[in-house]
Design a protein around this ligand. Structure first.
Ligand SMILES: C[S@@+](CC[C@H](N)C(=O)[O-])C[C@H]1O[C@@H](n2cnc3c(N)ncnc32)[C@H](O)[C@@H]1O
Length: 216
């Protein structure tokens, strides 16, 4: 099966994104990333000068799918394996006009980039983030005036997605997440359906939470 779940063969969760990076891209993830990219374009109406920060970019599939519909991008991931996979895509031209950065916004001592971004996106990453309010606050700090934050993640699930031992979030209740985003200093938050993550054991619905800069 396409291993999206990260459970070990015994059902125990192991994140290990480094070793998954080389085989991460598969037809299901490529198709899903295209759908997510289309939803982000519809929600934010970017142009060729729109700057992008993708947080937890993995192999860069969503930014790759955004392609020339958006401008320069900073792609952040804490996994060296994922960053290597993105670097390979830069080398062969699949990712254009991007900078790859190792940055963990959960860490109190994280050094934030100087620039501000018109669009910040994070796809299937926040359910791995323990220090969620800190990360949301930093997204707020990194957002340019009139910018948008797009969070795509799983709706609340019963824990079967990652299996035993997973210490992250079992998806998110939409209203509760929207409240946390607002509390982090964003303006209006709109949450809408954003397709399904299809796996052998079932379908996991996803949402897009679109948060506006309160100054916008
Ligand atoms: C489930 S993958 C999703 C990757 C990609 N967004 C996609 O949709 O294919 C989650 C990614 O978040 C990264 N990640 C996990 N915790 C992180 C953190 N605290 N800061 C930055 N990246 C993180 C992982 O290394 C991994 O690449």
């Amino acid at each position: 099966m396409a291993d999206e779940s990260h459970p070990h063969h015994d059902g125990t969760y192991v994140a290990d994104f480094d070793s998954k990076a080389a085989t991460w891209d598969d037809p299901a993830k490529i198709a899903r990333s295209r759908e997510v990219a289309d939803a982000i374009v519809a929600a934010t109406r970017p142009g060729p000068a729109t700057t992008l920060l993708e947080y937890g970019a993995g192999t860069g599939l969503v930014t790759e799918a955004l392609g020339s519909r958006i401008g320069p991008a900073v792609l952040v991931d804490t996994s060296a394996g994922m960053r290597d996979a993105m670097a390979a895509k830069v080398a062969d031209g699949r990712l254009v006009d991007v900078r790859i950065v190792d940055l963990d916004l959960e860490r109190p001592d994280a050094v934030l980039p100087d620039e501000r971004f018109d669009v910040i996106i994070t796809v299937l990453t926040l359910h791995h983030v323990t220090e969620l309010d800190r990360v949301l606050g930093r997204f707020r700090d990194l957002l340019a005036p009139e910018g948008h934050l797009c969070i795509v993640d799983l709706d609340a699930e019963d824990g079967s997605f990652h299996g035993d031992g997973f210490t992250g979030h079992h998806g998110f209740e939409r209203d509760a997440l929207a409240e946390r985003v607002r509390a982090a200093g964003f303006g209006a938050v709109e949450v809408s359906d954003c397709g399904q993550l299809v796996r052998d054991d079932g379908e996991y619905p996803m949402f897009l939470a679109l948060a506006a800069d309160p100054r916008g």
